[in-house]
Every structure is written in structure tokens, then in C-alpha cells.
Design a protein around this ligand. Structure first.
Ligand SMILES: NC(=O)c1ccc[n+]([C@@H]2O[C@H](COP(=O)([O-])OP(=O)(O)OC[C@H]3O[C@@H](n4cnc5c(N)ncnc54)[C@H](OP(=O)(O)O)[C@@H]3O)[C@@H](O)[C@H]2O)c1
Length: 281
């Protein structure tokens, strides 16, 4: 049985369906599981990963664990250590953990200290491990949805800085492979999309998906920071803006790891925009 944490999020919901379609038994964990009926082989379990009392019921009877902690829980590294301790005690044999590319490219950044601690906890936990280090997610573009719906405009900072962001469905694909196949043990994968895309180019792609023109207005760093603070702690918002505005040489490179694991190129932002056009209508 495979435990998927973050099961209702951008990565987790694809991972649950991918694993179930492959015939795996899945325990899908979130604080608020969906009301809808689960797919065959999937059991939702309501649990809060910040509560030690919930952890035994998350990992009991599991062979493998997908570990995803949101920005707040991953801020200190303590939650990761608590979950991995319980996983080892419960006999989990393999952990696949979601980190970030910046855990490798920005070894001193305060914003990613928690994810570096998560990586350390996973590597030292006992079970076999695989670490996933994605770049920015295509789903961050949901942040453009309200102004695209209201006035056909994307508001974003650093309009012409292009980064090879990645489709969370591809991250889920790699996670599913690593959870089921021992060949990925001990590996750290950097996951990007197939090409760098700037926010201005994302606006064009969303427009093409909608069949209309979508304009672009560049925000200042300070304006963008205010938006980000609604969704993440201040150090994570500042670290995110550092990457978006001044990426390192490594952060603009396309990685071949999605292709190596899945045997196909990663999906493009234009393709994601078509599949998710309803969010912008
Ligand atoms: N966005 C990016 O560009 C980017 C880039 C690199 C890495 N990352 C990393 O990606 C992760 C976010 O992934 P995502 O976008 O798939 O997540 P997401 O869409 O934000 O979903 C978060 C999931 O975690 C669950 N969750 C949150 N708090 C929980 C708690 N205390 N206990 C149990 N479950 C909890 C949520 O369900 P409930 O709310 O119902 O509990 C939901 O299923 C973060 O760790 C972030 O650092 C993001």
C-alpha cells in the first residue's frame, strides 16, 4: 500500500489517479478529503501532518510513502523528521519526497532551509529514498486566473525572465515511477519543463488556449510580494522572488530527468493552458 500525502493538491491528485490506474492500493491523505467517491483501490484518510497524534494512522501498514509538506510545514524541518520517524517505525520501505530545485541551487537561502532539512531527514530516515527537486510549477499560473477572467490581463513581476517551469502532472508521473520501482532509489531528480517560458509568454499561451488576446502588465517586486504573502511565509516569498527575478545559471537549464524516468519529453506550458483553460474563462 502506498501513502500519498498532499493528496488533493496540484501534484497529489494526479499521483493518486496515476497510482490507482496502475493497480496500486493508495491511502490518500489530506486534512479535508474530497466528498466525491474515491477511485477503486483508493482510500482517503483525514489527517493533519502537523499533529503527532495523527501520524501513526497515516503510515500504518504502508510499504511506500510520498511525502509532500506545504510551505508552512516544511519551514522548519521538524514535521518532516516526525513523519519519517513514524514511517520507519511502521515498516515503510521507500520514501519519495517532494523538495525544490532551489534546495540544490541555493544552498544558503533561508527560504529553502526547511526543504534542505526535509531532504536530510529523508536521507537519514532508514527507508530507501528518492528526492524530487522541481522548478516552478505551471499551476502557479492559477494566480493569474482572476484578472484573466475579469479583464483578460496577466499581472506578474519580471515579465521577460524565462524559467523552465514544470507541469505538476509530470512531477506526479515521476513520483509514481519512483514509488513503484527500486531503480530510482538513492536518486535526486531535477524536474523542469521542456523549455524556459516567461510570464509574458505564459499570457500569450493562456490567450491562445482561450482563443482571445490576453494582455500583460508587469508588477513591481513589492506588489508581487504582497500577493505572495497571502499564500506563504515571508522568507519563502522573498526566496521565490529572488528566483523569478534573478535565476542562477542552473535554474534556467532544462533538465532531462522527466524524459529519463518517463521515456517522453515533459509537457509544455501551452499544453497545460489548453487542459486548464476552464480556470481562466
Ligand atoms: N509552486 C511551486 O512553484 C513549487 C516549486 C517547487 C517546490 N514546491 C513545493 O511543492 C509543495 C506544494 O505542492 P502542491 O502545489 O502539489 O500542493 P498544494 O496544491 O498546495 O496542496 C497541498 C496539499 O497538502 C495538503 N495539506 C496541507 N497542509 C496539510 C497538513 N497540515 N496536513 C495534511 N495535509 C496537508 C492539502 O490538503 P488539505 O488542505 O485538505 O490538508 C493538499 O492536499 C510545497 O512543498 C512547495 O514547497 C512548489
Amino acid at each position: 500500500m502506498i501513502v500519498v500525502t498532499g493528496a488533493t493538491g496540484n501534484i497529489g491528485r494526479h499521483l493518486v489517479t496515476t497510482l490507482a490506474a496502475a493497480g496500486a492500493r493508495v491511502r490518500a491523505v489530506a486534512r479535508r478529503p474530497p466528498d466525491t467517491e474515491a477511485a477503486e483501490g483508493v482510500e482517503y484518510r483525514a489527517a493533519d501532518l502537523s499533529r503527532a497524534a495523527d501520524l501513526p494512522s497515516v503510515v500504518e501498514g504502508a510499504d511506500a510513502l510520498f511525502l509532500l509538506l506545504g510551505p508552512e510545514l516544511s519551514a522548519s524541518g521538524e514535521a518532516a523528521a516526525a513523519v519519517t520517524d513514524h514511517a520507519r517505525a511502521a515498516g515503510v520501505r521507500r520514501i519519495v519526497a517532494l523538495s525544490s530545485q532551489a534546495a540544490g541551487t541555493r544552498p544558503d537561502a533561508l527560504s529553502h532551509a526547511g526543504l534542505r532539512a526535509l531532504e536530510e531527514a529523508v536521507r537519514g530516515s532508514g527507508p530507501a529514498w528518492t528526492l524530487l527537486r522541481p522548478g516552478g510549477f505551471f499551476t502557479n499560473a492559477y494566480g493569474f486566473a482572476a484578472t484573466v477572467r475579469e479583464r483578460r490581463t496577466v499581472l506578474a513581476p519580471f515579465g521577460d525572465v524565462a524559467l523552465p517551469a514544470v507541469d505538476p502532472a509530470d512531477i506526479a508521473g515521476v513520483a509514481a515511477a519512483a514509488l513503484r520501482d527500486s531503480r530510482h532509489e538513492g536518486r535526486t531528480y531535477v524536474l523542469t519543463g521542456p523549455e524556459p517560458v516567461s510570464p509574458r509568454q505564459q499570457a500569450v499561451a493562456i490567450g491562445a488556449a482561450l482563443g482571445t488576446r490576453v494582455g500583460f502588465v508587469e508588477l513591481t517586486r513589492e506588489q508581487a510580494r504582497e500577493h505572495l504573502l497571502a499564500a506563504m511565509p515571508a522568507p519563502v516569498a522573498d526566496g521565490t522572488l529572488d528566483i523569478l527575478g534573478a535565476p542562477t545559471e542552473e535554474e534556467v537549464l532544462v533538465s532531462s530527468d522527466v524524459d529519463k524516468v518517463l521515456g517522453r519529453a515533459p509537457r509544455t506550458f501551452a499544453d497545460w493552458a489548453v487542459r486548464n483553460a476552464a480556470a481562466f474563462r
